[in-house]
Write a protein that binds this ligand. Structure first.
Ligand code: GDP
Length: 301
């Protein structure tokens, strides 16, 4: 199971430490909860989420009269899983049954945006959909070429202009091409500079305006790509992009490369945004839908 393998680092740190704690304490007491808090915070679960989680655990322990840590461990899994599944209904990518689906992909340079677009294109193609990519990052040197490399790998075409040109114009052309070819899914790359929030906001607004004018109801998804290895930085980025545009979901990349997979919980809980996909490696197949049960049980088993 790729998802479970991808979580190996987090499992080894966070879950192994929780298991160890459970064995060491045997009896549930205040010190036990304090150490548990420390472990979860160091796995980047996020302070607020941890405090709430531990409160819930204490409540459960009280109402169910749980005295043994071994018993409480099952409750940890249960409470974590409940926290993640609360809003799971919107975890799927909103693909239209009829007509063109437009997906806008945003995120800071280096988080794995291009790789994710390539993997998504491949995935949709495998599912029998026709896909087109729009090279909307006209700002970063090499971004267009890099997207073309992924387009080739995935076997899909890329609509592009020259570096430095207007991203909204590229995306307009891509929409026209997608419509005339009867394409199912158009995935649009965007520039990932955060240095100037006002510019970022303006650019994203303009791009979105073009999309919604040409395709009513679109963009159907605005996916924010975050790098799990950056921990709380990812949270900051999510807040900034959340203010700049209406983000509909998160793609969390590099989950395979971090012991801080607890960030999934922080994102889900503190930002109230669904984690829709997770990146579990550099290869074209290494993208999976996020499944909270597999995530939580994968962490602790
Ligand atoms: P961009 O600047 O956001 O477009 O980032 P890229 O797509 O170029 O990715 C940056 C680096 O992260 C590359 O070396 C990718 O191979 C790597 N990368 C992207 N996604 C993943 C992932 O899920 N797991 C791992 N281990 N590496 C990834």
């Amino acid at each position: 199971n790729k998802f479970k393998d991808g979580l190996a680092k987090t499992r080894h740190s966070m879950a192994a430490r929780v298991n160890n704690l459970v064995k060491r304490y045997r009896k549930v007491d205040e010190d036990f909860f304090e150490e548990l808090e420390e472990i979860l915070i160091s796995a980047d679960v996020g302070v607020n989420t941890v405090l709430e989680l531990v409160e819930k655990l204490k409540d459960e322990a009280r109402t169910r009269n749980i005295k043994e840590t071994e018993q409480l461990k099952d409750v940890i899994i249960e409470v974590l899983s409940n926290m993640l599944t609360e809003d799971e209904k919107d975890a799927a990518i909103a693909i239209q049954n009829d007509g063109l689906t437009v997906i806008l992909v945003v995120g800071v340079n280096g988080v794995g945006k291009t790789t994710t677009i390539g993997k998504m294109a491949y995935k949709f193609k495998e599912e029998g959909k026709s896909v087109l990519l729009a090279a909307g990052d006209t700002f970063r040197a090499g971004a267009i070429e890099q997207l073309e490399v992924w387009g080739e790998r995935a076997g899909v075409e890329v609509v592009k202009h020259n570096e430095g040109s207007d991203p909204a114009a590229v995306i307009y052309d891509a929409i026209m091409a997608a419509k005339s070819r009867g394409v199912d899914i158009l995935i649009c790359d965007t520039a990932g500079r955060l240095q100037n929030k006002v510019n970022l906001m303006k650019e994203l607004e303009k791009v979105k305006r073009v999309i919604s004018r040409e395709v009513p109801g679109a963009p159907h998804e605005v996916l924010l790509v975050l790098d799990a290895t950056t921990g709380q930085n990812a949270m900051t980025q999510a807040k900034i992009f959340g203010e700049a545009t209406d983000v509909s979901g998160i793609v969390l990349t590099k989950l395979d490369g971090t012991a801080k997979g607890g960030i999934v919980l922080a994102i889900r809980h503190e930002l109230d945004l669904p984690v829709k996909l997770v990146g579990l490696g550099e290869g074209i197949h290494d993208l999976q839908p996020f499944d909270s049960d597999t995530f939580v049980y994968g962490l602790f088993s």
